[in-house]
Design a protein around this ligand. Structure first.
Ligand code: NAD
Length: 371
């Protein structure tokens, strides 16, 4: 029997959707997939590496579903639109690649999960770092006892974002839009992967008890955290600490420390570099692309790497972040503005996220002048 080529459609074609178009383009040219339609409520921008060409374009995703009958729909629209679009796509008979965060709270999660089980469709969530082969190697090492009993998993991330970042879309830097919580902050958006990686590396267990959360902002015009730390213990007794900033002087890509009774591993999740206990140098690993994995799942039943179920604990954490009030504004005396499209630097934030992660502490426990 010859396999038919999977028919793929995309909702949300600018913004991060462009990354998906670039991922699809070589596969389309190579005849591995049929790119049957793109939908965006705004005009779709041309891109040299992912030309629109004769791909049918729509401004209404329901019309696109009816006209193109896709096998898989990639959804890269703002988070508040995810539940209705993913639900309609699955009811239409499509599998879904849903960008992170899949939904905003556990009630929406339950609703999406119900549609998924009722329709028998698949949901792959766009936590692409879960496809890292370094992640698997680290989990294998933990399961083989190479680190002893796992006590703590923590992450430090220190990036920069210029003023233009907060002008990129209507929900940028907002706590809510039209009465719906969006919280486009460091934890909920760019560093969502950091929290999901930590939760998954700590064994995919639910969190136990309260989440301790400290969120700060260094720009008056935003309503969300650009610097934050959270800490909780999961039901397997592993303490998770995630400390991140978008106002860092020094870049820390996303350093994960997995601490056990017999040793510690270091894993840079955005780059797939891993150093296990006893190793002098980190090893560079590759990644399985999550769309590729979803297609292999459809074809041959290969396990889904980032199925919706795996995002449940993250969604509970996100709900807590979204419901937190607008963070405290850091005093200007601790800030510096640099560059033509200026970035705000919080003095010592890079060191603070590293210390918080390494010591499992909140900012308020580090004796920092701004916390
Ligand atoms: N996996 C990652 O690393 C990663 C990185 C960045 C963004 N994201 C996620 O991708 C998603 C999109 O983020 P973004 O920053 O590109 O957002 P965005 O606000 O730029 O929106 C993306 C596109 O969706 C379109 N759109 C909005 N509502 C629509 C609708 N109802 N139907 C069709 N099109 C619609 C917009 O016009 C825009 O072109 C979010 O869930 C975000 O968290 C993931």
């Amino acid at each position: 029997m010859t396999e038919s080529i999977p028919r793929i459609a995309l909702v949300g074609a600018n913004g991060y959707g462009l990354h998906h178009r670039r991922n699809l383009e070589p596969r389309r040219r190579g005849g591995e997939i049929a790119f049957v339609g793109m939908c965006d409520t705004a005009r779709i921008h041309e891109d040299a590496s992912a030309p629109i060409g004769d791909i049918p374009v729509f401004d209404d995703y329901r019309a696109m579903l009816d006209a193109t009958d896709p096998d898989v729909v990639i959804i890269a629209t703002p988070p508040p639109t995810h539940l209705p679009i993913a639900g309609d796509a699955m009811r239409h008979g499509c599998d879904v690649y849903l960008e992170k965060p899949p939904v905003a709270n556990l009630e929406e999660y339950a609703a999406l999960y119900d549609v998924m089980t009722e329709t028998g469709r698949n949901v792959q969530v766009g936590f692409q770092a879960l496809g890292s082969h370094a992640f698997n190697t680290l989990r294998d090492a933990v399961e083989d006892g190479r680190l002893g009993d796992i006590q703590a998993v923590s992450v430090a991330g220190s990036w920069r974002r210029p003023d233009s970042y907060y002008r990129r879309s209507p929900w940028a830097g907002k706590r809510e839009v039209n009465g719906v919580l969006v919280a486009d902050g460091a934890l909920a958006n760019p560093f969502a992967h950091a929290s999901q990686e930590a939760i998954a590396l700590a064994g995919d267990w639910p969190l136990d008890g309260a989440i301790e959360l400290e969120r700060l902002r260094c720009r008056e015009e935003i309503e969300v955290d650009d610097t934050a730390v959270w800490r909780a213990t999961n039901r397997n007794g592993v303490r998770i600490t995630v400390a991140v900033t978008l106002c860092g002087d020094r870049k820390i890509e996303g350093d994960i420390y997995v601490k056990g009774t017999e040793g510690e591993a270091w894993f840079e999740y955005p780059t797939d570099r891993l150093r296990l206990p006893g190793e002098a140098e980190p090893t560079q690993y590759g990644r399985t692309d999550l769309l590729e994995n979803l297609l292999a799942h459809r074809r041959r039943g290969v396990g889904l790497i980032s199925g919706l179920r795996r995002a449940k604990t993250f969604t509970g954490f996100l709900e807590r972040v979204l419901n937190d009030p607008i963070p405290r504004l850091v005093d200007a005396s601790h800030l510096e503005r640099v560059g033509d499209d200026p970035v705000t630097i919080l003095k010592g934030a890079d060191q603070a996220v590293e210390d918080a992660a390494r010591q499992g502490r909140l900012f308020s426990e580090l004796g920092l002048p701004w916390a």
